[in-house]
Design a protein around this ligand. Structure first.
Ligand code: DI6
Ligand code: FE
Length: 405
C-alpha cells in the first residue's frame, strides 16, 4: 500500500501515451494526478487508490498525450506570400524569387509596415489554429524585421503573445535570416550590427531565449554564422541553426561545434555532420512542410540520425514563404509519408524531442511526475492515428498547466 497523496485533480479513464524516453510507453487505463501546475503521479488507475484528489475528471476512453511542442516557427510576420506560391507553380524557383527581391524580403517589407498590435493580431490568428490541435509550447522566431527597431518589435510581439494566450512561448532572435536591403553591399555590416548592437539589447531586455541564423548561399556563410554565434555565447544565449536546407555548407557541424540546441532542416546533412551532432547532443529538427511546399527531392538522412542516436524533433516551420502550415498534426503525417519517420518517432518529435530542442526536456514533453501538467485528450484508440488521419479536425481537450484550456 502506498502512502496517501493529496492533489488538486485526478484524470483517469483513458490510455496514457506517456512518451517517456521518447517511446509511446503506453499505460492502459491510466491516471494522472495534478497538483498546482505540475504532474505529481502517473500510473495505472488500478494503482491510484492512494490518491486523494479535490477534483476527479473521468475521461470516457480515448488516449492522452503530452501537450504538443512546435519547436520551430516563424508565426509573427506581416502580409502573406500566396502570390509567390503561384509564381513557383508557374515555373520560378525559390532562389530566383529571392534574388529578385521577393521571398523573405517581401515579408520584411510587410513586417516593417506592421505595428506591434497588427503583428500580435496576425500571429494570434495563426497560433489559435495550432493551439486547437493540442499545442501547448511553441517557439517563434524574429527575422522579418531586419532592422534594429523592427527586429525588437517582432520580439516584443512574441513576448506579448505569450501573455495573452494559454501557451508557453520561447522567443528566438533570427536577425541573421537574410541580408537587409540597406546592407545588400555589406552583409558583414549587418552581422556586426547584430553582434554589437542588437543582441546586447535583446539580451539586456530578456527578449530572446536563443539565437538562430540561416546558413545558406542565399543567406549567411559559415564564417558569418561563426561570428554571430561567438557573440551569442558571450551573452549567454544558446544557439540553433537553419542548416543544410538547400545545399551542404557544413552548418550542422558548425552548430554542433557551438553545442547548439538544434540544427534544423538538414536535407543535405552528411554522415560527418550527423556524427558531430551526436557528439555535441545537438538535436535534428525536421521540417517536412518546407520540403513539401518547395517540392524538394533530397530527404533528410533519417537513417543516419537513427544510427547515430541523434534525437529527431519535428516542427511546422510555420512561415509565409516555405511552410504556411497551420497544423502540427499534418506535419506528423508528412514526417512519416515524406521522410519515413515512424508514427512513434513523429510523435516523439512533437513532444519530448520538441521540448529538448528548446532546452525544455526536463519540464515538458512527456507524462511524468515533476513535469508541467500539459496534456491532451484525444478521441482516438491508438497514437498512430495522430499521424494517420490526413487533415480534418480532431476535437481534443487540452489541459495546460493543470487547467482545462
Ligand atoms: N528557411 C525557411 O524555410 C524559412 N526560413 C528559412 O531560413 C523560409 C522563410 C521565408 O521564405 O519567408
Ligand atoms: Fe525556419
Amino acid at each position: 500500500m502506498h502512502e496517501e497523496l493529496c492533489c488538486d485533480s485526478l484524470w483517469f479513464g483513458a490510455d496514457l501515451v506517456t512518451m517517456r524516453a521518447g517511446r509511446y510507453n503506453l499505460i492502459r487505463n491510466g491516471a494522472i494526478a495534478v497538483h498546482g501546475d505540475k504532474i505529481v503521479w502517473v500510473g495505472p488507475y488500478a494503482e491510484a487508490g492512494h490518491l486523494r484528489a479535490e477534483r476527479r475528471h473521468e475521461l470516457d476512453g480515448g488516449i492522452v498525450t503530452p501537450g504538443l511542442v512546435d519547436c520551430h516557427t516563424h508565426l509573427v510576420f506581416g502580409g502573406d506570400r500566396s502570390a509567390e506560391f503561384e509564381q513557383r507553380l508557374n515555373g520560378a524557383s525559390y532562389s530566383e524569387i529571392a534574388a529578385q527581391g521577393g521571398g523573405i524580403l517581401s515579408t520584411v517589407r510587410a513586417t516593417r509596415q506592421a505595428s506591434l498590435t497588427q503583428l500580435v493580431a496576425g500571429a494570434r490568428f495563426r497560433m489559435e489554429r495550432l493551439l486547437a490541435e493540442g499545442v501547448t509550447t511553441v517557439e517563434i522566431k524574429s527575422g522579418y524585421g531586419l532592422d534594429r527597431e523592427s527586429e525588437l518589435r517582432m520580439l516584443r510581439a512574441i513576448r506579448e503573445l505569450a501573455t495573452t494566450l494559454p501557451v508557453q512561448i520561447r522567443a528566438t532572435c533570427l536577425a541573421a535570416h537574410a541580408t537587409p536591403p540597406e546592407f545588400s553591399d555589406n552583409p558583414d555590416g549587418w552581422i556586426d550590427l547584430i553582434c554589437n548592437d542588437l543582441l546586447p539589447q535583446v539580451a539586456a531586455e530578456g527578449l530572446a531565449d536563443a539565437v538562430d541564423a540561416f546558413c545558406e548561399h542565399l543567406a549567411f556563410s559559415p564564417q558569418q554564422v561563426t561570428r554571430l554565434f561567438e557573440a551569442a555565447v558571450r551573452l549567454g544565449l544558446p544557439v540553433k541553426l537553419h542548416a543544410e536546407q538547400l545545399s551542404p555548407l557544413g552548418g550542422s557541424t558548425l552548430a554542433a561545434r557551438f553545442n547548439a540546441l538544434s540544427a534544423d532542416h538538414l536535407e543535405y546533412a552528411t554522415e560527418s555532420d550527423v556524427a558531430a551532432m551526436a557528439q555535441s547532443g545537438t538535436l535534428a529538427v525536421l521540417l517536412p512542410g518546407a520540403f513539401y511546399l518547395l517540392r524538394e527531392k533530397q530527404r533528410p538522412p533519417v537513417e543516419l540520425f537513427r544510427r547515430y542516436k541523434v534525437p529527431m524533433a519535428l516542427a511546422s516551420d510555420a512561415n509565409p514563404g516555405t511552410s504556411p502550415a497551420l497544423s502540427l498534426r499534418l506535419m506528423l503525417n508528412m514526417g512519416c509519408t515524406l521522410f519515413g519517420m515512424t508514427p512513434e518517432e513523429a510523435l516523439a518529435g512533437v513532444t519530448l524531442n520538441g521540448a529538448k530542442a528548446l532546452g525544455l526536456g526536463d519540464t515538458q514533453g512527456s507524462l511524468e511526475p515533476g513535469k508541467f501538467a500539459d496534456f491532451v485528450h484525444w478521441p482516438l484508440a491508438h497514437p498512430a492515428e495522430l499521424a494517420y488521419w490526413l487533415g480534418g479536425e480532431l476535437p481534443c481537450k487540452v489541459i495546460f498547466r493543470g487547467e482545462v484550456r
